[in-house]
Design a protein around this ligand. Structure first.
Ligand code: ADP
Length: 447
């Protein structure tokens, strides 16, 4: 097992990894920007190293500074967390070249799944059903037009290097195709430095359902059921739940087996998530994330498995501590992402938190990096806390979550707590009958 892990991240995920390390008796090293001098992950780590000014490019994305810090403290592994460098194959390669273990999958898999065009080709070879679309990148508007005719409108233009919902443009009709194609390319170039795009059928009312898989170096590969992540705004998840209210056990086993067989065939190492759109009883692959997911706690809640602990153990060369038949789904879990944003305009709301009160009770878990007196910096993602509630079944979980949302206090900055309350109060949420467009097109639109 490792003796010292450097956590190359910040916020709630840095704390999540830190806790797993402490339980495994591993020393922790926090890295941080000057904006995070007082952050909780810095306070709680055994050691900390300042790696740069507030800008992410100069700190949390600064590979030479992170490697230097790791060498300085003698870390034998780096956990990249979520976001930042977690899916950067070059970073993983550099880490390994310095004889430090990268806690994540093999570089070849990060690379292959990081390019969504290559990911789709690989997925198809592995027997995973895809959203119908172009086979490769679309080099010019003429080919875009041809492909779109073949696929049938509406279509979606997506960036090969896409992430965070950026570089994605819909064309409902042929007239909309050219502006969509140009703006997707421009947005992709600006966000990822790569303007390659591809085209997919734009599914009308799908749900986003993803499967958690995990593999060790001995060839054991297991799936841990699905997460339903259809409550989204701007293609970004807002609430996630597990299991999905839309599928039954037979379907769960079917898609879970497809996902774990694919991971086994790849020789996949560590945690991964295969994301699908689900419509009319059919699954369509959209992408694979080769890292820990923000919403991993709902899977932990219903399986009782500590995913970060397993991830670290696997990176240290140990076998998975359970088999497929040991994975039992117990009850229901829902996660609310609490962002420092205005709940109506979604304008970020950084600033000082004067009062913080965490909800508590059986089945209530809070993954937060905030405290009374903490100043939310304006430089990073606005996610400041995750509220995860587990119940015996979906109804029980919802009523417990409603109470937890009443208890939580994060003041005076604006947060999305009120939005979560509104969502929880709807009939659609009660029935679990939403799709990926419901929040934006119905609930928010009616405000
Ligand atoms: P990103 O990596 O930018 O998050 P994804 O491919 O994971 O992009 O898609 C994010 C979200 O965008 C999905 O959950 C879904 O809401 C929407 N989306 C993606 N592809 C399609 C599609 N072909 N049809 C309809 N919606 C889609």
């Amino acid at each position: 097992m490792f003796s010292k892990i450097l956590i190359a991240n910040r916020g709630d995920v840095a704390l999540r990894v830190l806790r797993a390390c402490k339980e495994l008796n591993i020393k922790t090293v926090a890295v941080h920007s000057t904006a995070d001098n007082d952050a909780m992950h810095v306070r709680l780590a055994d050691e900390s190293v300042c790696i740069g000014p507030p800008s992410s490019a100069k700190s949390y994305l600064n590979i030479p500074a992170i490697i230097t810090a790791a060498k300085l403290v003698g870390a034998d592994a780096i956990h990249p967390g979520v976001g930042f460098l977690s899916e950067n194959a070059e970073f993983a390669e550099i880490v390994e070249a310095h004889n430090i273990t990268f806690i994540g999958p093999k570089t070849e898999h990060i690379k292959c799944m990081g390019d969504k065009i290559e990911a789709k080709i690989t997925a198809q070879k592995l027997g995973i059903p895809l959203v119908p679309g172009s086979k490769g990148d679309i080099v010019n508007y003429e080919s875009a037009e041809k492909e779109a005719e073949q696929i049938g409108y509406p279509v979606l233009i997506k960036a090969a290097s896409g992430g965070g919902g950026r570089g994605m443009k819909v064309a409902l009709t042929k007239e909309e195709l050219e502006p969509a194609f140009i703006s997707a390319k421009n947005e992709a170039k600006a966000a990822f430095g790569d303007d390659r795009v591809y085209i997919e059928r734009y599914l009308q009312n799908p749900r986003h359902i993803e499967v958690q898989i995990i593999g060790d170096k001995f060839g054991n590969t297991v799936h841990l059921g699905e997460r339903e992540c259809s409550i989204q705004r701007r293609h970004q998840k807002v609430i996630e739940e597990a299991p999905s209210p839309a599928i039954n056990e037979t379907t769960r086993n079917r898609i879970g087996t497809i996902a774990s067989n694919a991971a086994a065939e790849m020789g996949y190492l560590g945690l991964g998530t295969i994301e699908f759109l689900y419509e009319n009883g059919e699954f369509f692959f959209i992408e694979m994330n080769t890292r820990l997911q923000v919403e991993h706690p709902i899977t932990e809640a219903i399986t009782g498995i500590d995913l970060v602990r397993e991830q670290i153990r696997i990176a240290a060369g140990l076998p998975l501590s359970f088999k497929q038949e040991d994975v039992k789904i117990n009850g229901h879990a829902i996660e609310c992402r609490i962002n420092a944003e205005n709940p109506i305009t979604f304008i970020p709301s950084p600033g000082k938190i004067e009062e913080f009160h965490s909800p508590s009770g059986l089945g209530v878990r809070v993954e937060a990096c905030v405290y009374s007196g903490y100043v939310v910096p304006p430089y990073y993602d606005s996610l400041i806390a995750k509220l995860i509630v587990h119940g015996d079944n979906r109804n029980h979980c919802i009523s417990r979550l409603k109470q937890a949302l009443k208890e939580i206090i994060i003041e005076p900055i604006s947060t999305t707590i009120e939005l979560h309350k509104d969502i929880l109060d709807t009939k659609v949420m009660e029935e679990g009958s939403y799709d990926i467009r419901w929040l934006e097109n119905e609930l928010l639109d009616s405000k």
